[in-house]
Ligand binder design. Structure first.
Ligand SMILES: *Cc1c(COP(=O)(O)O)cnc(C)c1O
Length: 372
């Protein structure tokens, strides 16, 4: 699905030097690379503060802790996402409220957002799924009307542009109260292990986030609150500093690959190619098709026979997950779209190293598997 080996080969010289420098300095934790990477990412995103942490799930948890949410508070998330988004809500004793998604962009269905808001609602977590932003203008309008925080889960869309209705362009993750991301190796900006970060323009929240990620302390060994231990380590930061320079190029390769897939697949009536929203560019963390009345397992098997991997992101919507059972009562709305999507989506290989020949082979094999 992803070719990190070929990607590494192209930047090997730079990455190897960066890693060796950290080892030579032995500043493995809180070394200078961490601060430099945070500053460089802040400048790339045009946001005041970037705070590194251990992974994207921690980033979401720390965000909700920094907002001071209390057990019983309700947090709204989309139904069609990776479990981490809702997991941290439950872990903190908050109540997850799930909203169905839009059938074409797979992001939170704005028309269903407002009806999910109650007097207990405190925050919304939109997910910029597969590389494309949720409808942030509408989400921010509704959030402001109801006085809610917005935490943007940007794990799959780092570097995506959001086009505000009034013409301004902002990077995904910098529009809400806090943005979070993951540097898991396969993400658009991936490190060589685990890593994550939070973004905010709010100075006080940034101080709170830094303290929470560091055992709740601002002054050493003075613990003002219960925190966690969640750090981006120096080696990962050094690798990310190298890779950040190529992020726009990487995202452009993904966009080119997606356009090439589109051109080869568009005319087939047994699938629907990914829709681009009007309010965001799409940087294709995943290239996800919808199959139309097709035996998906059979298609995957035929692709696998040719050595082509394919994946189902996500086979079970959140509201149907076993771990979610305790929250069923607060979530009795309809999830028709996410249920349909989990039965019909198929993601093809998508990464920065795909060649034209590979894309053609994958597309031709898919069309053949669909008997087109
Ligand atoms: C990957 C991902 C996360 C979690 O990131 P980790 O670094 O693996 O903890 C959270 N949300 C979404 C939407 C993701 O895709």
């Amino acid at each position: 699905m992803c070719d990190l080996k070929r990607q590494y080969q192209r930047i090997k010289d730079e990455v190897d030097v960066a890693i060796q420098e950290v080892i030579d300095s032995s500043a493995f934790i809180k070394g200078k690379e961490v601060g430099l990477f945070q500053d460089e990412l802040a400048s790339y995103l045009n946001v005041r503060h970037v705070i590194g942490c251990a992974n994207g799930t921690d980033a979401l948890q720390i965000a909700l802790m920094a907002l001071g949410l209390k057990p019983g508070d309700e947090v709204i998330t989309p139904d069609f996402t990776f479990i981490a988004t809702v997991e941290v809500v439950a872990l903190l004793g908050l109540t997850p409220i799930i909203v169905d998604v839009d059938p074409s962009t797979f992001t939170m269905d704005i028309s269903k957002l407002e009806e999910a808001i109650t007097p207990n609602t405190k925050a919304i977590i939109p997910v910029h799924l597969f590389g494309q932003c949720a409808n942030m203008d509408e989400i921010m309008r509704i959030a402001q009307k109801h006085n809610l925080y917005v935490v943007e889960d940007t794990a799959q869309a780092l570097g995506a542009d959001y086009y505000h209705a009034e013409g301004k362009i902002a990077k995904a993750g910098t529009i809400g109260t806090i943005g979070t991301t993951s540097f898991f190796p396969s993400k658009n900006l991936g490190c060589y292990g685990d890593g994550g970060a939070l973004f905010t323009n709010d100075d006080e929240l940034a101080a709170e986030i830094r303290s929470i990620a560091n055992h709740g302390m601002k002054v050493r060994y003075h613990h003002d609150r219960i925190g966690v231990n969640s750090r981006l380590d120096s080696i990962q930061a050094a690798i990310l500093r190298v890779k950040l320079k190529y992020l726009d190029e990487y995202n452009a390769s993904r966009i080119n690959a997606a356009n090439a897939y589109d051109n080869l697949l568009r005319s087939c009536s047994k699938l629907i190619t990914p829709k681009r929203a009007s309010w965001s560019n799409h940087i294709f963390h995943q290239y996800t098709l919808k199959l139309v009345e097709t035996d998906r397992a059979k298609v995957q098997k035929k692709l696998a026979e040719k050595g082509i991997p394919s994946m189902i992101y996500y086979p079970i919507p959140l509201h149907k997950q076993k771990a979610f059972e305790p929250y069923k009562q607060s979530n009795s709305r309809s999830f028709q779209v996410s249920e349909l999507l989990s039965d019909s989506v198929l993601s093809l290989p998508m990464h920065t190293e795909l060649t034209e020949e590979e894309i053609k082979f994958i597309a031709d094999s898919l069309l053949e598997a669909l008997n087109y």
